[in-house]
Write a protein that binds this ligand. Structure first.
Ligand code: NI
Length: 157
């Protein structure tokens, strides 16, 4: 496993639509492992493959430090409610903005063995799923923000 270079806002690859994963192989498994390493190294809670320069429909998410998800070819099959809250992205370091998202989603996806699964999520996990799925369509959260992009204020440790 290894860290991959994160692509930043302004890089054309973040604006492209990703391709479906049709088969699982060692190369793609390595990519998934590297995506987790890269996400944890950057203290993120989600990362999509185009953020490391790969146009595949794969995202990794871990919003509570305990429950890692790999979503391959994910599709939202239900969404309802609304939440508005601050969102950030490893491709726009040091920035946040308020983004409206559904409060509740159901997502169908394939796991890393390409077994079909569904996940039902609320709150932060629902937000993370929506954010990462948008990356697969070339959409960044700043496109959906209802307020200005703000600088993150870091607390002293
Ligand atoms: Ni992001």
């Amino acid at each position: 496993m290894a860290l991959r270079q994160i692509r930043y806002d302004g890089d054309d690859i973040l604006r492209k639509r990703c391709k479906e994963v049709k088969t699982m192989n060692d190369r793609t498994r390595t990519l998934i492992g590297d995506m987790f390493d890269t996400m944890y190294d950057a203290n993120g809670v989600g990362l999509a493959a185009p953020q490391v320069g790969v146009l595949k429909r794969i995202v990794v998410i871990n919003v509570d430090d305990e429950t890692p998800y790999v979503l391959v070819n994910p599709v939202l099959i239900e969404q309802d409610g609304e939440q508005i809250g601050d969102e950030g992205c490893l491709s726009l370091p040091g920035k946040v903005a308020e983004v409206p998202r559904p409060e509740h989603v159901i997502c169908r996806y394939y796991d890393e063995d390409l077994k079909e699964k569904t996940i039902e999520a609320d709150g932060l996990l629902a937000r993370a799923i929506c954010h990462e799925l948008d990356h697969l369509e070339g959409v960044l959260y700043k496109d959906l923000a209802v307020g200005p992009l703000r600088e993150v204020e870091y607390e002293d440790e």
